[in-house]
Design a protein around this ligand. Structure first.
Ligand code: SF4
Length: 295
């Protein structure tokens, strides 16, 4: 780092000019309100360059810019990458941008990487349901390209209340038994079925503990027939109400019914091919090759 005032002035000038603010003397004393949006973004880039970095974290660097200025800033960043040998960690919600810019991509959901690989691996052959949904809604300029769009249901959960198991499971169109259904989710779905009149024998539904839901029976009903109806209704609705897949067992428990939930675990990143890893229970690692033994 430079300490001498002249060295610092030269470094600032060089950084401004490399960021496209030329001549530097014209810009060095300007206030922010004297700069356009694109120029302010160039000043941010110049500030990063003044530290003479090898690695820059760029968090949504062009998301607030007009399309025309966006192209200029991206081109500048790419030119600087070549000129200064920089590496960027580029954070974006724009997958088409990631496809153009990145050598490697990591797709994150609620703070965790769910898929990573080269841009080709992730964009052309996405394997995680979240990545597949994101890519399905990227507009195509080809009107003949009629890809099926996957619109995710519901809101992204609160980051301070991360869902159990796979954190994507409440919105995943492919979620199944071991994805992490909680007793609250199962109880909510059962209450909804009960409110719809499909479970007339049921008087009340209560979460007993993280793995069990207790169900009270209307007086005069037999727990055996109530449990049988509950099993039938849960089985018939599990494809449209995915939380019902979280039910492992339904059985009488004295005058009530006990619903036991499936065991679950959080998926971890599994490497499928060199450099390409996915965190989803639907994805299985390639079988280990067995070494050939010769006599
Ligand atoms: S583990 Fe896979 S299938 Fe299950 S919820 Fe997560 S992304 Fe969906």
């Amino acid at each position: 780092m430079a300490h001498d005032p002249e060295e610092i002035a030269a470094l600032v000038s060089r950084s401004l000019e490399d960021a496209g603010l030329r001549p530097a003397e014209e810009f060095v004393l300007r206030f922010p309100h004297e700069l356009s949006g694109g120029q302010r973004q160039r000043v941010s880039i110049a500030a990063a360059l003044a530290l003479e970095p090898d690695f820059i974290v760029a968090d949504e660097p062009v998301s607030m810019l007009d399309v025309s200025i966006r192209t200029e800033i991206l081109q500048l960043m790419m030119d600087l990458r070549e000129k200064r040998g920089l590496t960027y960690l580029f954070i974006t919600h724009d997958l088409s941008l990631a496809w153009i810019l990145a050598d490697r991509l990591a797709v994150m959901y609620l703070g965790k990487i769910v898929e990573q690989g080269t841009a080709e691996q992730v964009i052309s052959r996405p394997k995680h349901p979240y990545t597949q949904a994101l890519i399905s809604v990227v507009p195509s300029p080809d009107p003949r390209h009629l890809a099926k769009r996957t619109i995710l249901k519901g809101e992204r959960p609160d980051a301070v209340n991360i869902p159990s198991g796979c954190r994507f499971h409440p919105r995943c169109p492919l979620a199944f038994e071991k994805c992490g259904w909680s007793a609250d989710e199962v109880a909510d779905e059962l209450r909804s079925l009960s409110a719809g009149g499909l479970l007339p024998e049921i008087a009340g539904i209560q979460v007993q503990n993280p793995g069990t839901v207790a169900i009270g029976i209307v007086p005069g009903m037999t727990p055996g027939s109530a449990a049988a109806n509950l099993r039938r209704v849960a089985s018939e609705n599990r494809d449209s109400r995915l939380a019902l897949k979280g039910i492992a067992d339904i059985r009488e428990n004295g005058d009530a019914i006990r619903v036991t939930l499936q065991a679950w675990e959080e998926p971890v990143l599994v490497e499928l091919e060199p450099g390409n890893a996915v965190a989803c229970h639907l994805v299985t690692p390639p079988a280990e090759s067995v070494p050939t033994v010769t006599a």
